[in-house]
Design a protein around this ligand. Structure first.
Ligand SMILES: NC(=O)c1ccc[n+]([C@@H]2O[C@H](COP(=O)([O-])OP(=O)(O)OC[C@H]3O[C@@H](n4cnc5c(N)ncnc54)[C@H](O)[C@@H]3O)[C@@H](O)[C@H]2O)c1
Length: 368
């Protein structure tokens, strides 16, 4: 199969869909990999390195799209890329179609095989192609929070772990899932006073087993949230209610009662955010202040650490790319039920029920 990797064109998106290990694995299996010149630069991979590992470097996105049977990307195609797609082409990337009617229609019209990273799901219900980005965002959240707590960045001037004889910062993490656990890891590592809240007691049990007495686990309800948030120096919102908008767990009133110079990182902003005073920001202008509290709410946090997140992502995407390339998409999704759930669009039909429901478009089960 001819597999193409274009350069990402979304604002400040420096990740790339395939690293050298991927090129090697695919070319050794007899496939051809086309890489757009410069596609890997943001992640630290040069054209020369790709070429040395067996890829063919092509000059433009048009070259990649026109010659490839499968496109491997990171982000969904932008309008300027729609017309580069060709009928029957496999598009393997994050798609997030439920919020993108225009893109969905573009893929349907062009009869693309749209396989979305975010809906590939094994029988245990996990989302293995989303988890690494949550791990990255969780770890970043604590790092970023620590930075904004510094006085020179507008914060109250506090070190997360304090020093001997001095109070440590209170870090409150809402949600003990992937983001929450990774945020906790870094916060505990830096010596902060960490509380983590969740409604899933199994999750809290797990956190408690891992972190022992270095962390306070709390059942999440309005009273506990209010008590911990108003006393927090850093609040990290990391909740997810699958398929739904995030509930506003942190109210404007709670924010106004936090001490000036405190910091809120709303990682869940991509699902609408769990903090009433939060709205999406960007890597260019990541923060704003409400009631003397610094708010950070960037929806694509991993984009800022492309060297880490490219590898974290491609570690989990390559396996399925290989299956699709080796078997063809129909046989691959017949053999692997997790991959089958990744198919959102095929042969001009919307074949993923939840996306069809959210967009109010007709759904048809996948026929192979
Ligand atoms: N901003 C970014 O760049 C970025 C990157 C990755 C993930 N995210 C987002 O971060 C959020 C969390 O992702 P995740 O992978 O950790 O999800 P996850 O499913 O692993 O964890 C979410 C946790 O929230 C808990 N939860 C649900 N309702 C709650 C409530 N009322 N109180 C307390 N906890 C509650 C769940 O029980 C679960 O343990 C999602 O919205 C995800 O889209 C954002």
């Amino acid at each position: 199969m001819i597999i193409g990797v274009p350069k990402e064109i979304k604002n400040k998106e420096n990740r790339v869909g395939m690293v050298i290990a991927g090129v090697r694995a695919l070319t050794q299996s007899g496939h051809q990999v086309l890489i757009q010149s410069g596609a890997g630069i943001g992640a630290g991979i040069t054209d020369q390195q790709y070429a040395a590992s067996g890829a063919n470097i092509v000059a433009t996105a048009k070259d990649v799209y026109s010659k490839s049977e499968m496109i491997v990307k990171v982000k969904e195609p932008l309008p300027e890329e729609y017309d580069l797609l060709k009928e029957g082409q496999i598009l393997y990337t994050y798609l997030h179609l439920a919020a993108e009617e225009k893109l969905t229609r573009a893929l349907l019209d062009r009869k693309i095989i749209g396989i979305a990273y975010e809906t590939i799901q094994p029988d245990d219900g996990s989302l293995p192609l989303l988890a690494p980005m949550s791990a990255v965002a969780g770890r970043m959240a604590t790092q970023i929070g620590a930075t904004y707590l510094q006085k020179d960045n507008g914060g109250k001037g506090m070190l997360l772990g304090g020093v001997t004889g001095v109070q440590r910062a209170n870090v409150v993490i809402l949600g003990a899932g992937v983001v929450g656990m990774h945020a906790a890891k870094i916060a505990v590592g830096l010596g902060a006073n960490v509380s983590i809240l969740d409604i899933n007691l199994d999750r809290l049990e797990y956190i408690s087993d891992i972190f022992g007495n270095t962390i306070q686990t709390l059942y999440s309800n309005a009273e506990q949230i209010e008590r911990t948030v108003v006393n927090a120096d850093l609040v990290i919102s990391a909740i997810l209610v699958p398929g739904a908008k995030a509930p506003k767990l942190v109210t404007k009133d709670m924010v106004s009662r936090m001490q000036p110079g405190g910091v809120i990182i709303d990682v869940a902003v991509d699902q609408g955010g769990a903090v009433e005073t939060c709205h999406p920001t960007s890597h260019e202008h990541p923060t704003y202040v409400v009631d003397n509290i610094i708010h950070y709410a960037v929806p694509n946090m991993p984009g800022a650490v492309p060297r880490t997140s490219t590898y974290a992502l491609t570690n989990v995407t390559l396996r399925y790319a290989q299956m699709i390339a080796n078997l063809g998409w129909k046989e691959a999704v017949t053999k692997d039920t997790a991959l089958r759930k990744g198919v959102n669009i095929a042969n001009g039909k919307l074949v993923y029920a939840q996306v069809a429901k959210d967009l109010g478009l007709p759904f048809e089960p996948l026929k192979l």
